[in-house]
Write a protein that binds this ligand. Structure first.
Ligand SMILES: Cc1ncc(COP(=O)(O)O)c(C=O)c1O
Length: 405
């Protein structure tokens, strides 16, 4: 069967190969006495808190399982809008919020609504691989701009200005970022939004990790930097990470009002609505008991970061920029290996620690960097660091080809 040509622009998810190998090794006799520690996982090790589970049970028992509006339950849109006021001091009208099947659907809708065939969209390298593929699936052209540690691995206004060409339509940023856990400083975000605005483009900001910010200097929504309370900046968010609801598949977009009908039309046709059970459960995310639990979890993520990052630095896996959010550390493994891909397989076999190589996040320095997730318990992180320490005589792998595939 002939595949559509757009498939040629969607690269395979290499990380899945690493995850598959890690699971295989984990099941092998070699791991019987020292089970694999999975630091390659991009989801919280917490599940939805009790009020959310109870709300789902109530909705199920009452048979409230019909379709909702394509834009989401009106109560949930209102509750999310209120959250922006409570948490960020932002005035967001509920009518600007569209509830989606995860940030993934939100990104897909935004790209389908804004990107035409051949339109270019600027993204940083490194960045979450699916984001460039959402652009490619809309037949746009993702343009990856190498982002340095000095720029917190993010785009700068000057970089956007320099790279803007005749076919450029906008930027797709993520703050805090996956894989680096670093955010764009608010003043830089304001400058980027201004550069894009002056060119009539769109500023699309994936803020899926915004709830998991650990540094007051960075924990601000880009919506604060649009004209008229963020009316020309689009924010994408999710119930997956801060709200610990990955498999429930729920997220949202905050859109300029004028864009809502276009996105609504797409959502109606593409998937009708996000899961109604998940939406009703999500209403309970904003109850004080749930928020207290989420805040306690955020503190745990922060404590894990404060343990892991110095530990990695002491192992010669240097983390050039302190992550200010999410649950990832982006570490340079070039003191140990010439290929991060080989390094990860080596550590998987020798230390039984699964780590993600940089390859998927962009070609710029993907062979130099690895991503470690600290969405694992402190005990697991401590054990992982001990094992890496034993497996890593500093400098021993430099210059060797350690690709064990
Ligand atoms: C930066 C980023 N954006 C979007 C997503 C998609 O999240 P979801 O569809 O679960 O909301 C992820 C998932 O890991 C992510 O890391």
């Amino acid at each position: 069967m002939k595949l559509a040509s757009r498939l040629a622009h969607i690269e395979p998810f290499h990380v899945m190969e690493v995850a598959k190998a890690a699971s295989q090794i984990a099941r092998s006799p070699a791991c019987a006495d020292s089970p694999m520690i999975f630091l390659n996982i991009g989801e919280p090790d917490f599940t939805a808190p009790a009020p959310v589970q109870r709300a789902a049970e109530r909705a199920l028992a009452a048979g409230r399982t019909q379709y909702t509006d394509a834009t989401g339950l009106p109560e949930l849109r209102k509750r999310i809008a209120r959250w922006y006021g409570e948490r960020f001091g932002l005035d967001v009208a509920p009518g600007r919020i569209v509830v989606t099947a995860g940030a993934s659907a939100a990104l897909q809708l935004a790209c389908l609504a804004l990107v035409d065939r051949g339109d270019e969209v600027l993204l940083p390298d490194p960045s979450y691989p699916c984001n460039r593929h959402f652009v490619a699936a809309a037949e746009g052209v993702p343009v990856l701009l190498p982002a340095s540690a000095e720029e917190r691995f993010q785009l700068s206004a000057a970089g956007v200005e320099a790279a803007w060409g005749a076919r450029t339509r906008g930027v797709l940023l993520a703050s805090p970022s996956n894989p680096t856990g670093t955010s764009i400083a608010p003043d830089e975000m304001a400058r980027i939004a201004a550069v894009v605005r002056a060119r009539g483009g769109f500023t699309l900001v994936d803020e899926i990790y915004l709830g998991l910010s650990f540094d007051e200097r960075y924990g601000h929504s880009a919506l604060a930097h649009g004209v008229g309370h963020g009316d020309d900046v689009i924010s994408i968010n999710s119930l997956s990470k801060y709200f610990s609801m990955t498999g429930w598949r729920l997220g949202w977009l905050v859109l300029p009002e004028a864009l809502v009908p276009a996105v609504e039309k797409l959502a109606q046709n593409l998937y009708i609505c996000a899961s109604s059970l998940a939406q009703q459960a999500a209403l309970a995310c904003f109850e004080p008991e749930s928020i207290a639990e989420y805040e306690q979890r955020r503190a745990q993520f922060r404590a894990r970061r404060d343990f892991l990052v110095p530990a990695l630095n002491s192992l010669g896996l240097s983390v050039p920029v302190q992550p200010d959010g999410a649950f990832y550390a982006w570490a340079d493994c070039s003191a140990h290996a010439t290929s991060s891909w080989g390094f990860c397989f080596e550590m998987m076999h020798r230390a039984h620690v699964a780590i993600t190589p940089g390859r998927d996040f962009g070609p710029h320095r993907g062979e130099q960097f690895i991503r470690l997730s600290y969405a694992s318990s402190m005990e697991q992180l401590q054990l992982a660091v001990d094992r890496l320490r034993s497996a890593l005589p500093v400098g021993s792998l430099v210059g060797q080809h350690v690709d064990l595939r």
